[in-house]
Write a protein that binds this ligand. Structure first.
Ligand code: C2E
Ligand code: CA
Ligand code: CA
Length: 640
């Protein structure tokens, strides 16, 4: 995976080079100065040597003389030597300091000025034989100065070198620090601080880099999205959410090649970009491997909820960075399909997905318009007592009076509305429309008739739901016990969401009946039921369909009915279509029934006439029954 720390930028390299050149120039300067100083020192000592020689020779023949020399100490020494050689007594120096300036303008010897040493030379008997005068050129001083200069220069050079060395160390440290800061900044800008993988900008930079290579590669793009991350964040908190994301990144890293790129581009969205370098490389297979890794349960210490993931996959030629953006849109569509296909899987992009996507977008727009125009309408399906045949309740099922497409069933729009966050609005509209109808049915003599509504996980999470439902119920002149709320078992058992459970308990406390919908389709154990205030189990149609012909279904449904009965929970068989199914479930002792065999979902007006028919049928049956009873009584009396 190309998750290397970025190298120094070219700008930074140039700065380093400049500093190095400056350093080299500094060293060259110091060396040059040192060499010049040394050369001049050598010249001076050479002169001195020559002048000393001249002085000794001169003094060997003459007592008086002018000698130019350069060094005071050397001059004094020459005088002493000359006196000794000629066996004179060393005379005293005229000038007590031994030095008098011949010519001085400032009092401080300057270059070119001369000063003398004069010595009176005497015989052993004390007779003065002459004066020896040595003229010392200021060159002596000059030489001393130069010597000093050499020393100073050498010292200065050392100092300079030391300073330069320190400066170099400092700058190189600074450059390193700047480099590191720069790398860190680049890191912050291109990496996800939580997981360490690329962020959106990072992956875009990577794509630009790949696109600019001499032979732009063929790439595989996998867009991954965690399935139940929101539930983790909502119920276990963001700290657990973060750990889940870190674990996700770890699993992804472990399942891609080192040169594949990995990025987190949103809350729980990840991207994998693989180079297709072999003809047999299969991006779909990589995606499946990643999904399998992410579908593994989370370790207990990270999260007690599992997340799972879905993925959209596409292969594309990277001619230009924009190809990546286009591929991302396509991978998104494939991901959308994976989500719609039950999640926990990966799908590869096909062109027809684009039209499906456009259809969905149009449906969302139409739903929004439908909500505003009151196009959603409650339909009702009767629920009857299996033993007496009496009407006990109705389930409210939404229908959409689409002006373009006619009456539409929930299968057409429910999921889209839910995903677009529009179902809560629809459900509240349906609730408010249906309650007055129930109140009317009560008024018309169907006292005790209940009305059931479907409640989604999102609706349960809606703040203030209990109060809202209670107010609407009261406003319609009904009791909360007239209302049943159907919740599918996965919402109760899988979410393990404390908030959903709290809301369910609050609804039960408020007097609403809680019914478990689609029972048997989830993975709940019936033993769990005692933990919840459930008053009825709606046994799913998958157990009921063909039950008269399937011994296993019969056994399972029979067991469910008996156990529920023991727990004091009522049962209803859903989707009963045939007389055989009906009589099989009836024999098991199931409490009530809802299905096409009794009645299909219908509009309010149809429901009213259905109830009348049913009532007259029952009246007929009752008449029949009582006449049979009467007839039986007569025959009994006759036989008595
Ligand atoms: P559900 O809650 O399980 O509702 C029963 C579904 O089974 C209804 O489908 C009903 O028409 C259908 N059905 C009833 N008897 C039979 C039968 O004998 N055979 C067959 N094959 N089907 C039968 P519908 O009305 O299409 O609703 C489908 C699902 O949509 C419902 O399943 C429910 O989950 C959801 N739904 C319906 N109305 C609403 C609503 O107003 N709000 C919410 N949130 N969900 C709703
Ligand atoms: Ca239902
Ligand atoms: Ca159901």
């Amino acid at each position: 995976m190309s998750n290397h720390i970025p190298v120094l930028q070219p700008k930074m390299q140039r700065r380093r080079l400049l500093l190095f050149l400056l350093l080299v120039m500094g060293v060259a300067f110091v060396m040059h100065a040192g060499i010049t100083a040394q050369r001049s020192y050598k010249t001076e000592t050479g002169n001195l040597y020559r002048s000393s020689k001249t002085a000794s020779e001169l003094l060997a023949h003459s007592l008086s003389g002018l000698i130019y020399t350069f060094q005071l100490d050397a001059a004094k020494h020459l005088l002493d030597e000359a006196v000794k050689r000629r066996q004179f007594v060393s005379g005293e120096i005229v000038d007590p300091d031994g030095i008098s300036l011949v010519k001085s303008l400032s009092g401080i010897p300057a270059e070119g000025e001369l000063f003398t040493i004069r010595k009176i030379v005497k015989t052993k008997s004390g007779e003065t034989v002459g004066t020896l005068t040595l003229v010392v050129s200021c060159a002596t001083i000059e030489a001393q100065i130069r010597n000093k200069f050499i020393e100073e220069t050498a010292f200065g050079a050392l100092q300079m070198l030391l300073i330069l060395f320190i400066v170099y160390l400092g700058t190189s440290k600074l450059v390193t620090a700047l480099g590191q800061a720069n790398a860190r900044m680049a890191d912050l800008a291109t990496r996800d601080s939580l997981t360490g993988v690329f962020n959106r900008r990072g992956i875009q930079d990577e794509i630009v880099r790949l696109a600019s290579s001499s032979k732009p590669p063929k790439l595989g793009l996998i867009h991954l999205d965690l399935d139940k991350f929101k539930a983790v964040n909502d119920t276990l908190g963001h700290a657990v959410g973060d750990k889940v994301l870190e674990e996700t990144a770890r699993r992804l890293k472990a399942n891609v090649r080192v040169h594949d790129s990995l990025a987190r581009i949103g809350g729980d969205e990840f991207l994998v970009v693989c180079t297709i370098d072999k003809s047999n490389f299969d991006v779909g297979r990589v995606a499946s491997r990643l999904i399998t890794a992410l579908n593994q349960p989370m370790p207990e210490e990270i999260s007690r909820l599992d997340v799972g993931a879905s993925a959209g996959v596409i292969e594309f030629e990277l001619g230009h960075p924009e190809d990546f953006e286009q591929a991302l849109v396509s991978a998104d569509l494939a991901l959308y399909e994976a989500k719609n296909n039950g999640r926990g899987c990966s799908k590869t992009y096909r062109d027809e997905l684009k039209s499906t996507y456009l259809d969905t977008e149009n449906t969302i727009l139409a739903i929004k318009k439908g909500i505003a125009n009151g196009e959603f309408e409650p339909w009702f399906q009767p629920q009857t007592n299996m033993q007496t045949g009496l009407l006990e309740g109705v389930e409210v099922l939404v229908r959409w009076n689409d002006p373009d497409k006619g009456v539409r069933s929930p299968a057409d729009f429910l999921q889209i509305a839910d995903e677009a966050g529009l179902l809560n609005l629809i459900d509240q509209q349906i609730f408010d429309q249906a309650l007055p109808i129930l109140a009317k049915l009560h008024e018309n003599g169907l006292h005790g008739l209940t009305m059931s509504f479907n409640l989604t996980a999102k609706r349960l999470a809606e703040p203030g739901l209990v109060e809202q439902l209670r107010r609407s119920t009261l406003n319609a002149g009904l009791l909360s016990s007239d209302i049943a709320l159907e919740i599918i078992e996965t919402v109760i058992f899988d979410a393990r969401s404390s908030q959903a459970i709290e809301t369910i308990n609050a609804l039960a406390m408020a007097g609403f009946r809680i019914e478990l919908d689609d029972f048997g389709t989830g993975r709940s154990s019936i033993a769990n039921l005692i933990k919840f205030p459930v008053s009825k189990l709606k046994i799913d149609r998958q157990f009921v369909a063909g039950i008269d012909d399937d011994a296993d279904k019969e056994k399972i449904t029979g067991a469910i009915v008996r156990l529920a009965e023991d727990l004091g929970i009522a049962t209803l068989a859903e989707g009963v279509e045939t007389e055989d199914e009906f009589s099989t479930v009836q024999t098991m002792g199931c409490g009530s029934v809802q299905g096409y065999f009794v009645a299909k979902p219908m509009r309010e007006e149809e429901l009213e006439s259905w109830c009348m028919d049913r009532a007259s049928q029952f009246a007929d049956r009752l008449v029949d029954f009582s006449s049979r009873l009467r007839a039986a009584g007569k025959s009994d009396r006759r036989s008595a």
